[in-house]
Write a protein of this length. Structure first.
Length: 167
């Protein structure tokens, strides 16, 4: 099996409507000029730690807010997609070197608008485990806290991620 693929696309069935709660939330974020934070998500322990860390980072760092990756990627007429596309920068916290969500986001908004973070180098554990449930919940939370603290410290050094006036 080849370990690399050329660029590719995936056909996605269109959708009518949008998420009313997501619309209100994204419109608030547009008005506040917050920086979207997206993350890897799924049953994998690395994705779960990235997701938990992203929640902490967005909740604790002024000027940042969580964005829904699914609505951003797959509902192109949504306020969520509009917010992420219009933001000066987005923070993407991926769970490992594959950077699955980050590769999609980069194609959507451009590489210069993405601060792409691989969470795994911040903790270097669980490389032989797949399922998040194979790591006790408290341990997952502690590891995510460790990752979030390191990411927050990194973000404080990045002048492009300073809160917008009034946010």
């Amino acid at each position: 099996m080849d370990a690399a693929t050329p660029d590719f696309s995936v056909a996605v069935q269109g959708v009518k409507g949008f998420c009313p709660a997501g619309e209100r939330y994204a419109e608030e974020q547009i008005e506040r000029r917050t920086i979207p934070v997206l993350s890897c998500e799924g049953p994998c322990i690395r994705g779960e730690i990235a997701r938990l860390a992203a929640n902490l980072v967005a909740g604790e760092r002024p000027g940042l807010a969580r964005a829904c990756h699914a609505e951003t990627f797959f509902v192109p007429h949504s306020a969520m997609a509009a917010w992420v596309k219009a933001a000066d920068k987005s923070v993407m916290i991926d769970g490992c070197f594959l950077k699955c969500h980050g590769r999609v986001l980069t194609n959507l908004v451009g590489e210069d608008k993405v601060l792409h973070i691989d969470a795994l180098p911040f903790y270097r554990k669980y490389t032989d485990i797949f399922l998040m449930d194979d790591v006790p919940e408290e341990e997952r939370k502690l590891t995510a806290r460790e990752v979030a603290d390191k990411i927050i410290a990194k973000l404080k050094q990045d002048t492009s991620l300073q809160p917008a006036p009034g946010s």
